[in-house]
Write a protein that binds this ligand. Structure first.
Ligand code: TRP
Ligand code: ZN
Length: 459
């Protein structure tokens, strides 16, 4: 019976009467650690999210308007969404059927719309959804997604959490621009990436904030913080908007570090190339809210008053991670190794601790030798010490090989220029370094990046 049914249906799937020849988009992009993240068959260019945040930031009702370009002829396609209820969806203005399995939504437009979803075509999808957004526990037991705070909530998305608050193509390989219109109870502030467009508008006890992200952003870097915040806006050299939002309880202890945001951005630009975005700043919660900092685009998130070193780290991610984004979660060391090396450089130039000393300390730490940075053994290890410490050691070894700081910093700036607002793999990085320097670094990569055992420190 089943076989017969398939035989009858098969021709209709490949070429229907209306000429539909599309196939379903894949349910994942085969990330080595999170195979179900992201979806095949299309590329999102823009997310336009309208969110209504309920009392105490426990509930959400939203509309996601997604503009995407088909990368194959599509009969249906998936979006990633964890929890929340889908009320309805449409594609190209016409109702689409929605089915759901775990964190995968499948949208199947009617036959006429399917006929239009040809490779290369841009199409619009609208999803209405609502519910109680959830906190996601990662394979390494860290929490992300929608995190309640003392006076609201914050959305953090590394590596999977954006699907807890909006449907999309949730993988770093698909970057897009964003508009976010968020309505919150009066008295609370909604802070996100990018720049505020217009003044917040209050009506009937609710205030609407509109945020615009003009530069491409990976979904894991999108954030929304709802709560009581002290906000400050200024403009730094180059016309970059500096927007900080600080929980009042953290304001005093944050002030000195946050005053240095322009200095840190300028110092990093001198080493890594021009700052890649039109806005910067920070979001600071109070201690006890979320356990870690995150390099949310334009505006890193801190779970409490940050040290200058942590600010240097998260701000360095704006180049390494946010502008140049890993192609998959295997390439995480490109983020963390370079952001950690930024800290070593800062300490070298500002605090008289040579990077060599930081290297020696990292080298001596057994935790950094659990696995090679370019190959974490599982999804639960992508934020482990080798990705940070040993990743930074790789960069230090490259600096040694180049043996000229001016050329080394030009190498880093050349990398951020070549891959600006794009994606990169580890192989892209090693190929770039070898081409730019003219050096054969096969042994360096073998020993420091891929090797299982600890090489001699001066090897
Ligand atoms: N990537 C963040 C940083 O380096 C830290 C981070 C985010 C993290 N999520 C995590 C660390 C989960 C450990 C576990 O700034
Ligand atoms: Zn980091």
């Amino acid at each position: 019976m089943l076989l017969l049914a398939l035989a009858v249906l098969a021709p209709a799937c490949t070429a229907g009467a209306s000429g539909v020849r599309g196939k379903p988009g894949a349910a994942g992009v085969r990330d080595p650690y999170f195979p179900r993240l992201g979806n095949g068959g299309y590329d999102v260019t823009h997310y336009d999210l309208t969110l209504d945040v309920g009392k105490d930031a426990k509930t959400l009702s939203g509309t996601a308007r997604i503009t995407a370009r088909a990368t194959q002829d599509l009969s249906s396609f998936n979006l990633d969404l964890a929890g929340l209820k889908v009320e309805s969806a449409s594609v190209e203005g016409r109702p689409a059927a929605v089915s759901r399995a775990a964190d995968e939504l499948t949208l199947r437009p009617d036959i006429e719309v399917q006929d239009r979803l040809r490779r290369g075509r841009t199409f619009r999808t609208v999803v209405h959804y609502s519910g109680t957004p959830k906190t996601i526990t990662d394979p390494d037991d860290s929490e992300e997604g929608w995190l309640p705070t003392a006076d609201g909530a914050v959305a953090l998305g590394e590596p999977t959490g954006s699907m807890a608050w909006f449907p999309g193509n949730n993988h770093p390989s698909d970057k897009a621009t964003y508009d976010l219109s968020v309505t919150v109870p009066e008295g609370l502030t909604a802070v996100s990436n990018g720049v505020l467009t217009g003044r917040p508008a209050t009506a009937e006890g609710r205030t609407t904030y509109r945020w615009h992200t003009a530069e491409p952003m990976a979904s894991y870097l999108a954030t929304l913080a709802v709560g009581r915040f002290e906000t400050k806006t200024s403009t730094m050299a180059g016309g970059i908007t500096v927007f900080t939002a600080v929980d009042p309880e953290s304001a005093g202890a944050s002030a000195a570090t946050l005053a240095r945001v322009p200095e840190v951005v300028k110092w990093e630009a001198a080493h890594f190339g021009p700052y890649p975005f039109s806005a910067t700043g920070a979001i600071v919660e109070r201690k006890g809210d979320a356990g870690y900092a995150l390099e949310t685009q334009n505006r890193p998130f801190f779970p409490g008053p940050p040290s200058v070193g942590l600010l240097v780290h998260e701000m360095a991610h704006q180049w390494f991670g946010d502008s140049v984004t890993p192609a998959s979660w295997r390439d995480m060391w490109l983020n963390e190794g370079l952001a950690t090396y930024a800290e070593w450089l800062w300490e070298e130039e500002k605090e008289d601790t040579p990077a060599q000393e930081s290297f020696d300390e990292a080298y001596a730490d057994d935790d950094n030798w659990a696995f090679p940075p370019a190959d974490p053994p599982s999804a639960s290890n992508i934020s482990d010490p080798p990705v940070y410490g040993r990743g930074a050691m790789v960069i230090h070894k490259v600096r040694e090989a180049v043996d000229d700081d001016e050329r080394f910093f030009a190498l880093l700036a050349g990398w951020t220029k070549a891959r600006r607002h794009g994606n990169a793999t580890t192989a892209d990085f090693t190929a770039y370094v070898e081409k730019a320097t003219g050096l054969d670094l096969t042994e360096l990569w073998k020993d420091w990046l891929y090797g299982g055992s600890r090489p001699a420190a001066d090897g």
